[in-house]
Design a protein around this ligand. Sequence first.
Ligand SMILES: *Cc1c(COP(=O)(O)O)cnc(C)c1O
Length: 381
Amino acid sequence: MMMEIKRNILLNPGPSTTTDTVKLAQVVPDICPREQEFAGMMKGLREDLLKIVHADPAKYTSVLFCGSGTINIDVCINSLLPEGKKVLVVNNGAYSTRAVEICQYYGLPHIDLRFPVDRLPDLSLVEKTLREDPDIALVHTTHHETGTGILNPIREIGALAHMYGAVFTVDTTSTLAMLPIDMEESHIDFCMASAQKGLMAMTGLSFVIGNRAVIEESKHYPKRSYYCNLYLQYEFFEKTGEMHFTPPVQTIYASIQALKEYFAEGEEEKWKRHTRVFRAIHDGLDELGFRDVIRREWQSGLVVSVLYPDDVNWDFEKIHDYCYDCGFTIYPGKISTTNTFRLCALGAIDEQDIKDFFVVLKEALHTYHIQIPVPYKETMG
Ligand SMILES: *Cc1c(COP(=O)(O)O)cnc(C)c1O
């Protein structure tokens, strides 16, 4: 089949730029997802997801949901807390704040252990909190706070959670299938992602990878949601090989193709490519004089948060629109106290795409009479 599809370079934090083969994998004969053929495909998909995080299928399983990545956070938190116990959220960004809000919506006892968004969490405070509150049964954090680009020390947080007998759930939505992850090594009981980020597939499919014994145990926990209960979805998969409710059929086809491409590229090669892209982003920003928010040694290698320059002509919307018209999508930041935009190294892109982007960005700066190198007031940075 011949089809010309315009290639846009998405520098936003997901959905990511996809290959044409992944896009076209969705164009298939119509199928009822209750057919055996479709259940067989999902079985293979679930097994492949475990391989990405080196999870032993005897101990771990993956459970699929129809929804964006936030559904995973909702599912894990509302399903994995025993009656009368407490959630500890190690929170230094917008995505962990989302987990706190989920606790609030379900009325779950929780501790919102907050740290500044541009800092790593203080592990001694995490430990103190765990030591002083034996009711904490679930520790949750975000691996990579996509809003800022900071990478959290999940291995250390996981070790602390386990030392105090808590289950450790990690939002790995913006690292899984990009930054190599090993479940056991990082003391992760549950991790999660959606198909449109690291996997470079389409929106609509999300998945939780987790410890089977803990899911089995959660059968006895309060059922707080009908649609978003982990045990119910797991049990349905175990019994029938299917999702409880209608799956995102075409996204599943795309995800299966994306997984083939993931394994063909290889975990290490893929991470090297993201790293190449990330370096090219830094090089381009440095050349134009832009400043980033997070200390470089704390950055994930996937997202750069850039401070707005102090130029009277700077207008993010105008720069965005100029780049967008040339096929490059940039994205606002997610820090309430600082004006930032983000450039991300996700997706099926490489170094040359970033070089091409910076040619366009430079043109945009010229067009709107923004000084190069971009100016910052002395007090900043
Ligand atoms: C993208 C993302 C999510 C999911 O966000 P949706 O808007 O539901 O797709 C969750 N956590 C992190 C860290 C993310 O980057």
